[in-house]
Design a protein around this ligand. Sequence first.
Ligand SMILES: C[S@@+](CC[C@H](N)C(=O)[O-])C[C@H]1O[C@@H](n2cnc3c(N)ncnc32)[C@H](O)[C@@H]1O
Length: 210
Amino acid sequence: MTALIETEEQARDYVRRMVDQAAYDRLVRFSELLLAENQRQNLISKPSEAQIWQRHFADSAQLLEHVSRETLGKGSDPWLDLGTGAGPPGLIIAVLMPDMPMKLVESRARRVEFLQACVDDLGLENCEVLGDRLERIAPFPASVISARAFAPLDKLLHLSAPFSTKATRYLLPKGRSAAHELNQQKSSIRKMFHVEQSLTDRDAGIIVSA
Ligand SMILES: C[S@@+](CC[C@H](N)C(=O)[O-])C[C@H]1O[C@@H](n2cnc3c(N)ncnc32)[C@H](O)[C@@H]1O
């Protein structure tokens, strides 16, 4: 198992090892855009500004440990990220996997504007921002559904069900509540998911479908 990522330097190294120079440069540019916009709207917590690689970029990038990158890419059903907000994890994944069709759903207008400006600035042709509530978006089959800090697990599964197929992989960073949230579900749901250790927080987990 990859060692826990405990510092900004380790987080940068972890992400850097995953990407080529062009993608790494895009992430550096995105960090600048995010920090600048965080002065205008509340996108990420102030304490996390100094830990952007650990708390946001590596925390998002680690989701790729739980998918088969060989089977995802051009021609795949889209990866759907719910409630993308400031960008994590969907926009970071879009940078890391430039061939993967990404759809980022976000309902708040100022966040949608920011996400779209980032997509344009970074030239992310694989990435579409869907600026509406998830409930109002026409369903499509998603190869992966990710969501960080979006909704409680039962609500999340209910809202995302129209986008889910037998082949859909759920990747749900759930912080410290992961195991507890999963244990609260009925047994048919519990059997479909398990909890993976987060690499960026020893007490956090990622709920992953089988
Ligand atoms: C707490 S933020 C998390 C943002 C980001 N995923 C992160 O981890 O930093 C949750 C986001 O989900 C969006 N959201 C909540 N319910 C939504 C819905 N039904 N449809 C689309 N977006 C929604 C909110 O506007 C907000 O930006």
